[in-house]
Design a protein around this ligand. Structure first.
Ligand code: PSU
Ligand code: MN
Length: 308
C-alpha cells in the first residue's frame, strides 16, 4: 500500500500538471477545503468544476490540491472532486494535519496553508481561493496557519482578502510582521470578502496582470522567500449588503460561542451560519468572488510564465 511506505514521497502531480510545469506553462493551484467545508453540496462540486474550467479557458492548467488515499495530490480528476464534495468525514487538513491524514489513507481537504505548501513543493507559484484565514476576533489566540504559511512558502494567493469574521486589522499587522506583501487588484483597500472593503490599506496596488507578475517576479528574484497576497475585490454587482453581513457575523460568532465551537471548526461553522442567516446571499457572493479570483489568478499565472 502506497501510504504505508515511509520511504516514498507522497507528493503526486497529475500528468497534465507535471507536463505544464516542465514546459514552463502556467498552472493555477486551487484548494479543497472550500469544496469539502466551505460550501454545501451541490454548489461546492459545481463551483470546483467551474473554477477548473475558468483556468483552462484562460490558458492555464488547474491543479486542485487534496489528500487522497495517502497521497498529497496536485491535480484531481472530476470524480475525485465529486468525492471530496460528497463524502462524509473529509478531514480539514491544515499543515499540522497533513501527516496524520496521509498516514490514515483517508480523504483530506487542504486549507490555504497546506495548499501553499503543496503548490510550493510542486513548483506552482499562483494559487486562487476565496479568502485567507487570519487572526480571529477576541483574545483566545486563534491565528490561522494560513498566515505562517504565507510567511514561509513562495506562492501568490489570489483571494478576496479575508472575511470580516476575523480581526482584519490584526490580520494585516501579522502579515506585515511576516514580511508578506498585500497587493490590491485595482484598489488601494484590502478587500473584505463579501464587500470590497475601504477601511484598511494594502501595501501596494497593481492594476493589471503584467504589473502583478512583475511584482511577484521581483520579490522572488530578489531572494525573498515569503508568499504574497493578491487581494481582488468582489465584483460590485455581487457585493453583499454590509449591514446584513455584519449582523449575520455577530449572530454567527454568538452562536459559535453558545455551541462551544472552537479551533478549526470555527470557520466552517461561521460560513454555514452566515449563508443561512443571509438566505443564501452570502453563498452566491462567495461563488462569484472565487470565480473572479480564479480569473485574475489565471491572468497573473499566464503573465508570470511569459515574464520568466
Ligand atoms: N475562508 C473562506 N472560505 C473557506 C476558508 C476560509 O472564505 O473555506 C477555509 C480556507 O481553506 C482557509 C481555512 O485556509 O478556511 C482557514 O481555516 P483556519 O482558520 O481554521 O485556519
Ligand atoms: Mn484556527
Amino acid at each position: 500500500m502506497r501510504h504505508n511506505d515511509p520511504m516514498e514521497d507522497p507528493l503526486h502531480l497529475a500528468d497534465e500538471v507535471a507536463d505544464a510545469l516542465v514546459a514552463g506553462r502556467p498552472v493555477v493551484a486551487l484548494e479543497s477545503t472550500i469544496i469539502a467545508h466551505g460550501m454545501p453540496y451541490p454548489r461546492n462540486v459545481e463551483t470546483a468544476l467551474a473554477l477548473e474550467a475558468l483556468v483552462r479557458s484562460g490558458g492555464a492548467v488547474p491543479a486542485t490540491v487534496a489528500l487522497v488515499d495517502g497521497l498529497l495530490r496536485v491535480g484531481l480528476s472530476d470524480d475525485e472532486l465529486e468525492r471530496l464534495g460528497t463524502a462524509d468525514g473529509v478531514a480539514k487538513a491544515s499543515l499540522r494535519d497533513v501527516g496524520a491524514v496521509l498516514a490514515s489513507g483517508l480523504l483530506g481537504a487542504t486549507t490555504v496553508a497546506s495548499t501553499m505548501f503543496a503548490a510550493n513543493r510542486a513548483g506552482i507559484r499562483v494559487f486562487a481561493t476565496g479568502g485567507i484565514g487570519g487572526v480571529h476576533r477576541g483574545d483566545n489566540g486563534d491565528v490561522s496557519a494560513d498566515l505562517t504559511a504565507l510567511g514561509r512558502f513562495p506562492v501568490a494567493v489570489v483571494c478576496a482578502g479575508a472575511k470580516a469574521v476575523l480581526d482584519l486589522p490584526r490580520t494585516l499587522e501579522a502579515l506585515e510582521t511576516l514580511g508578506v506583501p498585500v497587493l490590491g487588484w485595482g484598489t488601494d483597500a484590502f478587500p473584505e470578502f463579501w464587500t470590497r472593503g475601504g477601511l484598511l490599506p494594502v501595501s501596494a496596488r497593481v492594476d493589471e496582470a503584467f504589473q502583478a507578475a512583475a511584482v511577484l517576479d521581483a520579490h522572488w528574484s530578489a531572494g525573498l522567500t515569503s508568499g504574497i497576497v493578491l487581494g481582488v475585490p468582489i465584483p460590485t454587482e455581487h457585493e453583499a449588503d454590509r449591514t446584513v453581513i455584519d449582523a449575520a457575523i455577530v449572530e454567527g460568532l454568538t452562536a459559535a460561542a453558545a455551541n462551544g465551537i472552537t479551533g478549526s471548526e470555527v470557520t466552517p461553522f461561521l460560513l454555514s451560519h452566515i449563508a443561512d442567516a443571509t438566505g443564501g446571499a452570502s453563498l452566491d457572493a462567495n461563488v462569484a468572488l472565487v470565480q473572479e479570483n480564479t480569473r485574475v489568478a489565471t491572468e497573473v499565472a499566464v503573465a508570470l510564465a511569459a515574464t520568466r
